[in-house]
Design a protein around this ligand. Structure first.
Ligand code: MN
Length: 240
């Protein structure tokens, strides 16, 4: 009997060890709970944005922080099959219909999942691209700037003025005009009936490893790695 139990334990340990190996180092500690939402791939190598954004920050930001928002969203939605059928966008656009007992968890974690999914797509190694004419003009108008240099300054100033953790957004309203606005926590324009064109993550986890307290240096580094092709395409879609 004892031998059987020991064998069973040994088998269990062996299976657990192989699961850890199969899962890879990154997710070995936190297997994703079952649920409709999944971590999207980053889309590029962790070191693709060096030196603007370092590889270690990207690895932890995507694999740990974003994964945690996905896991906690799935946890919050467990036992709510009707909510599990909704997309992240649908959830964020109708938080008032989410039961109060899980509303804050859904707001924070669906927000975190959506915001980071958009953030990864908005980043690309700098190949010297700039916004095209229409987007450039719309950005100047939204930032009340006379030229791109002034627009960058105003963008950075707004990023520095956000107290605590949150995001800086360029959003699109029903009038199709762009607006620069900052929001706390994982809040985003979808929660206020607007669309998100471009978001800058201003949580310290996005930059502290490399830039520590120098948020301004991180903001400038972000501007250098904006994927303008992606933002341009999105601008055309959201303002059509
Ligand atoms: Mn983040």
């Amino acid at each position: 009997m004892n031998i059987l139990v020991n064998r069973r334990q040994a088998l269990r340990s062996a299976l657990a060890a192989s699961a850890v190996l199969a899962g890879g180092r990154l997710f070995a500690q936190s297997p994703a709970p079952a649920g409709p939402h999944k971590l999207p791939p980053l889309g590029f190598a962790f070191d693709a944005l060096e030196p603007s954004i370092d590889a270690k920050t990207m690895e932890i930001h995507h694999g740990k922080h974003h994964q945690a928002y996905v896991n906690k969203l799935n946890e919050a939605l467990a036992g709510h099959p009707e909510l599990q059928k909704l997309s992240v966008e649908e959830l964020l656009g109708s938080l008032d219909k989410v039961p109060e007992s899980i509303r804050t968890a859904v707001r924070n974690n669906a927000g975190g999942h959506y915001n980071h999914s958009l953030f990864w797509k908005s980043l690309k190694r700098n190949e010297g691209t700039e916004p095209g004419d229409d987007l450039g003009r719309a950005l100047l108008e939204a930032l009340e700037a006379a030229n791109p240099g002034e627009a960058k300054e105003k963008f950075a100033k707004k990023a520095l003025s956000l107290f605590g953790s949150g995001w800086l957004w360029i959003s699109v309203g029903s009038d199709k005009r762009l607006k620069l606005e900052s929001m706390p926590n994982q809040d985003n324009p979808l929660m206020f009936g607007r669309k998100a064109l471009l978001g800058l993550d201003l949580w310290e986890h996005a930059y502290y490893l490399k830039y520590q307290n120098r948020r301004i240096d991180y903001v400038q580094a972000f501007v250098d790695v904006i994927n303008w092709d992606f933002v341009e395409k999105r601008f055309v879609e959201l303002t059509a």
